[in-house]
Ligand binder design. Sequence first.
Ligand code: GLU
Length: 222
Amino acid sequence: MCGIVGYVGEKQALEVVVSGLRRLEYRGYDSAGVAVVADGTIQTRKKAGKLANLEALLGEDPLPDSTTGIGHTRWATHGAPNDVNAHPHVSSNSRVAIIHNGIIENFAELRQELADAGVPLSSETDSEVVAHLLAAALPACGGDLPEAMRAVCRRLDGAFTLVAIDADQPDLLVGARRNSPLVVGLGEGENFLASDVAAFIAHTRRALELGQDQVVVLTRGC
Ligand code: GLU
């Protein structure tokens, strides 16, 4: 099993996310990665192996300050456990980053559709398609990330927990799930998403499980 953490609030997102991933280490994983929204861009760091490898990379090549971020520990199902296949995955237009737990069963046809449309795929994962599909859906949804997430989820077969961030909407976290857990943590001026409440219990005890096929939208305040 693997882990997901998302944060939006007033603290440094990276610190919250990495400490959350640390609390999910017991679940097992083969690689780890983080993404933050900063200055209208998404920036990621990803590394195969233990969380300590990612932390070493972050020490050598720090991420900018940010109060919105996501993190993932991966248990590879599609594609080798290497740096490129580690999550988060970013859309080819650099607007959206996603993390995913589970398996997208119809990923092959979705990859083919994207390839036919000229979208470059950079990993071997089933997950990466979601980033590109979200970016493609956004214009038709008026730039509304939750609406784009709903539209994309309708196209996915399989089990998934997904969390997405958008370079153009820096104080926004969007999550979705089907047959895979996602817990929402409600704090004061900050909110959390995680695959397990252990990831954010140090910050808030107000938690609820997202319902099947639901999409959740979190900002700092709600
Ligand atoms: N199927 C995805 C992958 O192989 C996600 C695996 C996971 O749940 O960590 O990258």
